[in-house]
Design a protein around this ligand. Structure first.
Ligand code: NAD
Length: 420
């Protein structure tokens, strides 16, 4: 089966390094550390699809389930031409840590299919999604493993998964997947939830840093589901969006621009690049712009030891998973950059996914205000808890968040014991 080598630094090695750092700091039982480095289950499948040209193309898909100490596995599915096994492994580990940081009764999982969705028709994507669901059907389920969207998947793919799973079982099971369209049991507020959580955590960081959000400048890398909604939501606090980017490059105007207009431009042209009144910048240049707030919302490995010393932002809110390496973390910490780590800053997505799952299981539906208020409470509580550890232990926020999570995980593993 096709396997793509991961870019360096290897995300799984990064995740293990993060675990090692925190384990040493908190004197974590080495047996627990050993367990956490090994996902419970990895399934790699071939996905044959009859393409529009009449020929069959076989895609490779994977689902990695990391930990189920608290309850079902939970995590998104990524479609990307370069998605690699160790990346999915790292993303599954980060999901476990994230769920524990915000206290959700889930463990981590992640999925991926090596494909280029930009070059596929809707019908090809539908067939691929449905066949992938069929291939992993024995290991997913509302009480086993509940998938969700990630890079280049959305509510549309979740509806196909819901339908395929339900048809196989013979009745409607909306709680099999979250991030669905509202029409089939999706939750109000889920679409913006990840970004709303990121913006709440940046707001809390700004309070601690005594940074006034009014007229604060913001650069956002990635203008997809997370990046776009982060731009519109943070604008509501009076922030100025001065730079955004996508896979084709970025745009910059120090006076600021309206992200909604940029979205219209992207819908017309396929990219943010070329938006009126802006200068073109590369994705690398965007990270180093003189801004108050930086929100990475694309892929892993963006802030490395090489460029970390040149970061000028005062606050980084990690909408993306894994954008910063451990070496870069140390540099940013020494330079006084306040990093709200992915496992806290983008936990709003899985938090509202949990709310969607609860609504589906109980056949209830909550108002958008109810969902947003619950999200606000959970995010602020998690931020406060992590911030307290950050101050008490004199460690950066990522290590603090890991300490909070690993204490919960270690307790659950110890209480359950190891079978047999
Ligand atoms: P998306 O597919 O909606 O958007 C991805 C964006 O990244 C697009 O704008 C794309 O053009 C851009 N991009 C792709 N390759 C790039 C590159 N090499 N350089 C710069 N930009 C590039 O995906 P999303 O759901 O917004 O996810 C973005 C990040 O947020 C990922 O790291 C994902 O794991 C994380 N995340 C997403 C959710 C969620 O609910 N969707 C939740 C938590 C974390």
């Amino acid at each position: 089966m096709e396997q793509i080598p991961c870019d360096e630094p290897n995300p799984y090695q990064v995740a293990c390094q993060q675990l090692d750092i925190v384990a040493a700091h908190m004197k974590l039982d080495p047996d627990i550390l050993e367990l956490l480095k090994h996902p419970k289950r990895t399934l790699i499948v071939s996905i044959p699809v009859r393409m529009d040209n009449g020929h069959i193309k076989v895609f490779t898909g994977m689902r990695i389930q990391h930990l189920d100490a608290f309850g079902p596995f939970k995590g998104g599915i990524r479609y990307h031409p370069e998605v690699c096994l160790d990346e999915v492994k790292a993303l599954a580990i980060w999901m476990s840590i994230k769920c524990a940081v915000v206290g959700l009764p889930y463990g981590g999982a992640k999925g991926g299919i090596i494909c280029n969705p930009k070059e596929m028709s809707e019908s090809e994507l539908e067939h691929m999604t449905r066949r992938f669901t069929h291939e992993i059907i024995d290991i997913i389920g509302p009480y086993r493993d509940v998938p969700a969207p990630d890079v280049y998947t959305s509510a549309r793919e979740m509806a196909w998964i819901y339908d395929t799973y339900s048809e196989a079982k013979g009745f409607a099971i909306p709680e099999i997947v979250t991030g669905k369209p509202i029409s089939v049991g999706g939750s109000l507020g889920r679409r913006e939830a990840t970004s709303r959580g990121t913006v709440i955590s940046v707001r809390e960081a700004a309070k601690r840093m005594k940074l006034d959000l009014k007229n604060a400048t913001v650069a956002i890398q990635g203008f997809g589901k997370v990046g776009y909604h982060a731009a519109t939501l943070i604008s509501e606090y009076g922030c100025k969006i001065v730079a955004v980017s996508d896979s084709r490059g970025g745009i910059y105007n120090p006076k600021g621009f309206d992200p909604k207009e940029v979205k219209k431009h992207k819908q017309k042209t396929g990219s943010v690049v070329g938006f009126q009144g802006t200068k073109k910048v590369t994705n690398e240049e965007l990270l180093e712009l003189p801004v108050d707030i930086l929100i990475p919302a694309a892929l892993e490995n963006q802030i490395l030891a090489g460029n970390a010393p040149r970061i000028k932002a005062k606050i980084i809110g990690e909408g993306a998973n894994g954008p910063t390496t451990p070496e870069a973390d140390e540099i940013l910490y020494k330079n006084g950059v306040f990093v709200v780590p992915d496992i806290l800053a983008n936990a709003g997505g899985v938090t509202v996914s949990y709310m969607e799952w609860v609504q589906n299981l109980t056949r209830e539906s909550w108002t958008e205000d109810e969902v947003n208020n619950k999200l606000e409470d959970r995010m602020v509580a998690a931020f406060d808890e992590v911030y307290k550890v950050h101050q008490q232990e004199k460690v950066h926020m990522r290590t603090a968040a890991y300490i909070v999570a690993l204490k919960r995980i270690a307790e659950a593993i110890t209480d359950r014991g190891i079978f047999p």
